[in-house]
Write a protein that binds this ligand. Structure first.
Ligand code: AGP
Length: 627
């Protein structure tokens, strides 16, 4: 977590750093700070809380510095107080460091430095870095050498940026398993945890790799490995447009991203579905162009999916599809659990990591450990790693054999919406590709599923056009007094109940739990009374009647019942539910992508009416790069 940004060039650094931090604030917002170098001094300003506090502090200062670093923090070591905010300085305040990640051996290093009479000003792990660099600077005049020697002492995953008052033309950055991207302008260079921070200035970027250190000067960028060997790397030009990271008239990014979902699904369909494939022509090629090579897809006996949070929910839908459509036994694990209790090794296993950011530490570590534990085994046990991610240039893309790029465009709201839908599309495509290759279902069935997917964009538009006002009105009923919600669903829509509950929790701070509808009677039903609304995802299909029965059981306990369903069974639904969130008619197999939309909207409106910070909910960060 945390966001770091750096600038060296000919413009005033402060404005560039602050606007960069604004775009990184989704990574953490417990405190923010910047350090610039001017007239032989480091000028460091920090503030607790969100960025506007720092802005306020800077309002009446004049600063012409052309080099600086900035940080927005998600607290790990030390409370979210100003003294723990980055940048951290050395004793004589001439060297400043920002860090994203965790220095795992900081206590040992801190004790060593304290024994040398160094005084610490914070409780952070990061503060050891400026003090260590200073120690090594006494042996050598080179800031680069001192940083290299410091890095050799650090354990953990981190990205750092360093400036020194004596080196006004040098910004040094390093990366070890935490993201860091460099930006190339005309006589100016940037670094940031995420390219969104530098997109307004340049689209020429280079991802620093693990174990690399870069020296940015007004004349250019030099990259070395941690041992000091010069690396030859080439930047690339992004086709991203800075407008994509604006709110474009929407009150919140989350709302904008909900409304982008039809376009996202269209892009996914255009990218991956082969338009010439027709089931009745017995085509000898797959309906889906995922570019998967036979070594990843042939003879699969097992698929295991590793993910966190919303991505884990998409994985659960994926499991349903991979088993029911492609016929492959599939397991889904939380990446954070899998790391420390990996499953027995099965031959011919495809391991899929799902992560919109591509930087989630647990997911990356789980995949790396899977590669490592299979490395010395015979070929059929070797790891085959596939990522479903929204960031083709991310860390996960670098460790996997292949990625499915979800093409959702950048998602700024901390609550995932359009990336969830895009990940789910990724699982439809993978299931269809594997189903075709294995002929696990007839081609006409594959054709029917594709036809259903093609309707999704306009069907989401229908929900947004016809339901938005009703959902907003309904949301008013839950903004006071209600403290708990229950979500129920079954089969392919149980993950939608989970996702509905997570969205509500993370942005409205209302406690919400999700259960498979049939499990309510085994305990959770005891929670129900007229103060606990129940949301039932009741999409027509194989378990519709069962869900309706389970919903009736909840109603009998006085719960207010909200149903997500189609108009097909309007009479029965009206008889069962107090409130109905209607979605268009859809085949059960495709229904999750529609069912999630009203739940996203309901959570959004509850949080917005409560006046909460929808895009940056408390305690969270968009990219969870710590364990
Ligand atoms: C989603 O709304 C959450 N903010 C969170 O659960 C998220 O899905 C999780 O942290 C995983 O992120 P990733 O997809 O970037 O790996």
């Amino acid at each position: 977590m945390c966001g770091i940004v750096g600038y060296i060039g000919t413009q005033a650094a402060t404005d560039i750093l602050i606007s960069g931090l604004e775009r990184l604030e989704y990574r953490g917002y417990d405190s923010a700070g910047i350090a610039t170098v001017e007239e032989g001094q480091v000028n460091c300003v920090k503030a607790k809380g969100k960025l506007f506090n720092l802005r306020e502090k800077l309002e009446h200062t004049i600063n012409h510095a052309q080099i600086g670093i900035g940080h927005t923090r998600w607290a790990t070591h030390g409370k979210p107080e100003e003294h723990n905010a980055h940048p951290h300085l050395n004793t004589d305040r001439r060297l400043a460091v920002v860090q994203n990640g965790i220095i795992e051996n900081y206590l040992e290093l801190k004790e060593e430095l304290i024994s040398k009479k160094i005084e610490f000003r914070s409780e952070t792990d990061t503060e050891v870095i400026p003090h260590l660099i200073t120690q090594f600077l006494t042996d050598s005049n080179s800031l680069m050498t001192a940083i290299q020697k410091t890095i050799a002492r650090l354990e953990g995953a981190f990205a750092i940026a360093v400036v020194h008052a004596d080196n006004p033309y040098e910004l040094i950055v390093a990366r070890q398993q935490a993201p860091l991207v460099l930006g190339f302008g005309q006589g100016e260079f940037f670094c940031a945890s995420d390219m969104t921070a530098i997109l307004p200035h340049t689209r020429t970027i280079l991802n620093l790799e693990n174990g690399e250190i870069a020296r940015l000067t007004p004349l250019g960028v030099e990259i070395y490995d941690f041992e000091g060997a010069r690396m030859s790397r080439f930047p690339r030009t992004l086709d991203w447009n800075p407008v994509q990271v604006e709110k474009q008239g929407f009150r919140h990014y989350m709302l904008k991203e909900i409304y982008e979902q039809p376009a996202v699904v269209r892009t996914c369909l255009d990218t991956y579905i082969n338009p010439n494939w027709h089931a009745d022509e017995n085509p000898d090629y797959s309906p889906v162009n995922l570019g998967l090579t036979p070594n990843l897809t042939d003879n699969l006996e097992h698929i295991q999916v590793l993910a966190c949070g919303t991505s884990w929910h998409a994985a659960l839908i994926g499991k349903y599809l991979l088993e029911q459509v492609a016929g492959i036994p599939t397991t889904v694990d939380y990446a954070s659990e899998f790391r420390y209790s990996p499953k027995p090794i099965i031959s011919n296993t495809l391991t899929i990591g799902v992560t919109q950011s591509g930087e989630t530490a647990d997911t990356i570590a789980a995949l790396e450990s899977e590669r490592a534990r299979r490395a010395d085994l015979e070929p059929k046990f070797q790891a085959k790693l596939l990522a479903i991610t929204n960031r083709a240039e991310s860390s996960i893309a670098q460790i996997c054999d292949r990625i499915i790029d979800t093409h959702a465009g950048i998602e700024i709201g901390v609550a995932a919406t359009k990336t969830f839908v895009a990940q789910t599309m990724g699982f439809y495509f993978l299931s269809l590709d594997l189903a075709y290759r294995r002929q696990s279902v007839p081609n006409y069935k594959i054709g029917e599923i594709i036809a259903g997917l093609r309707h999704i964009p306009s069907q989401i538009e229908t929900i947004l056009d016809t339901q938005a006002d009703a959902i907003e009105e309904l949301a008013h009923d839950f903004t006071t007094e209600i403290e708990d919600f229950i979500f129920i669903g079954r089969g392919i829509n149980f993950p939608i109940a989970l996702e509905g509950a997570l969205k509500l929790k993370e942005i409205s701070y209302i406690h919400a739990e999700a259960y498979p509808a049939g499990e309510m009677k085994h305990g959770p039903i005891a929670l129900l009374d007229n103060k606990v609304p129940v949301v039932a995802v009741a999409m027509p299909g194989s378990v519709y009647d069962k869900v309706i029965s389970n919903a009736q059981e909840a109603k009998a306990r006085d719960a207010r019942l909200i149903g997500v369903t189609t108009a097909m069974n309007a009479t029965e639904a009206a008889h069962t539910f107090d409130d109905i969130l209607t979605v268009p008619e859809v085949d059960e197999l495709i229904s999750p992508i529609l069912a999630v939309v009203p739940l996203q909207m309901l959570s959004y409106h509850i949080a917005a009416i409560k006046g909460l910070d929808v895009d940056q909910p408390r305690n969270l960060a968009k990219s969870v790069t710590v364990e």
